[in-house]
Ligand binder design. Structure first.
Ligand code: PLP
Length: 374
């Protein structure tokens, strides 16, 4: 039976849509759905995806608007400039950087990289699942090491779990969803002990919010450790989640290996995320303000949890993870009915993860969640 072009298009769109739906939600791996009400987001308080409520910076908005007049040109030079800027900031070279559409893209490339070698990803768990998911779907084996009783990564246990099957160790620091952070020196010493033939991926999505701050980053070890790959993002403290800009930092040989399966930021992201990231990097005041305000928002939720006796992890991120039997059941749905989106991690029931919004959002959250706790 022959079909015309329109029917063919409809069929292929339907086919690709079903593949996408089957895969969702990849980015967060959480039980909260992406709400269609986002179109109507003034009516909802979004405390579910760890977005920055203060972004984007005005400087980023201006840069994107200004860049529109160059939209007829490919953005090669601006990508090169951003790499140069990142290199200077981190005392490395542009060839140590791969610019990607959010750090999700780096994590997916790494997952697939391990799978191509029929290898194994070793990871503390629960953690941010993207690299593990992409790896598993593409044929990698996954080995999980439980967090310790305080929801911290047990580096000693992870180190002891490395075997001749291990291709990559994934460490999210600070960790999502638990909000906990391992000490900088402990992580450095861990990285140095991992055998050189095992890749180490350190996901630093929340490093700007951490207690250690940028000093807690492992980027300083990139020249020393050829098996180390750091993932960073402009989605969190930089307030650019919707523009999709992230990057990998590593030894040139790893960047080259990942680049072979990557379109290149010049093709896959285009001008807006590149110029917005660059402008925000020039705007340290914006970043500082976001980090300070995040602390203020966190204190509101800490005070409330303390007064209700709710056990929570002091957070090194822009979200707070709390475990309490009172969080069993469909609290996510009930809070949504009250206009607030929060998250539960799949497979665990007695907890919630709440992103830090503006102080007024946190006060409302406290007011609404109180009904279920007191
Ligand atoms: C730990 C961690 N890594 C990576 C990401 C991916 O962020 P993006 O793809 O927006 O850079 C997230 C997003 O929530 C995250 O929590």
């Amino acid at each position: 039976m022959s079909i015309n072009r329109r029917q063919w298009l409809q069929q292929s769109l339907l086919a690709s849509a079903s593949v996408l739906v089957a895969g969702a939600p990849v980015a967060q791996g959480c039980a909260s759905e992406r709400p269609k009400e986002l179109r109507d987001k003034d009516n909802l308080i979004l405390l579910n995806w760890n977005e920055n409520p203060y972004g984007p910076a005005e400087s980023a908005v201006k840069a994107v608007n200004d860049a529109m007049k160059f939209a007829n040109r490919y953005p090669d030079e601006v990508a090169a400039e951003l790499k140069e800027k990142l290199a200077q900031k981190n005392n490395l070279r542009p060839r140590n950087f791969l610019l990607t559409a959010g750090s999700t893209e780096v994590l997916s490339l790494l997952g697939q990289h391990v799978a191509l070698q029929k290898g194994e990803i070793l990871s503390p768990f629960p953690t941010f699942p993207t690299a593990l998911r992409f790896g598993e779907r593409s044929g990698a084996s996954i080995r999980k090491v439980d967090l310790d009783a305080n929801d911290r990564i047990d580096l000693e246990k992870v180190l002891n779990a490395i075997s001749d099957k291990t291709t990559m160790v994934f460490i999210c620091n600070p960790n999502n969803p638990t909000g906990t952070e391992v000490a900088t020196e402990d992580l450095k010493s861990f990285c140095r002990k991992v055998p050189e033939n095992v890749l180490i991926c350190v996901d630093e999505a929340y490093v700007e919010y951490s207690n250690a701050g940028l000093k807690g980053s492992m980027i300083g070890l990139v020249d020393e450790l050829p098996n180390l790959i750091i993932c960073r993002t402009f989605s969190k403290a930089y307030g650019l989640a919707g523009l999709r800009m992230g990057y990998a930092v590593s030894h040139k040989k790893n960047i080259d290996a990942l680049s072979r399966r990557h379109l290149g930021a010049e093709i896959s992201t285009g001008w807006p995320p590149l110029v917005a990231a660059s402008a925000t990097m020039n705007d340290p005041e914006f970043l500082n303000q976001c980090v300070v305000k995040n602390q203020e928002g966190k204190q509101i939720i800490y005070d409330a949890y303390d007064s209700w006796g709710v056990k929570y992890n002091p957070s090194s991120t822009n979200f707070v993870y709390a475990r309490d039997e009172r969080f069993e059941g469909n609290l996510v749905a009930k809070m949504k009915e009250r206009g607030i989106l929060i998250t539960k991690w799949p497979t665990m029931t007695n907890h919630i993860r709440v992103s830090i919004g503006k102080p007024e959002h946190m006060k409302l959250f406290v007011e609404k969640v109180k009904d279920f706790l007191v």
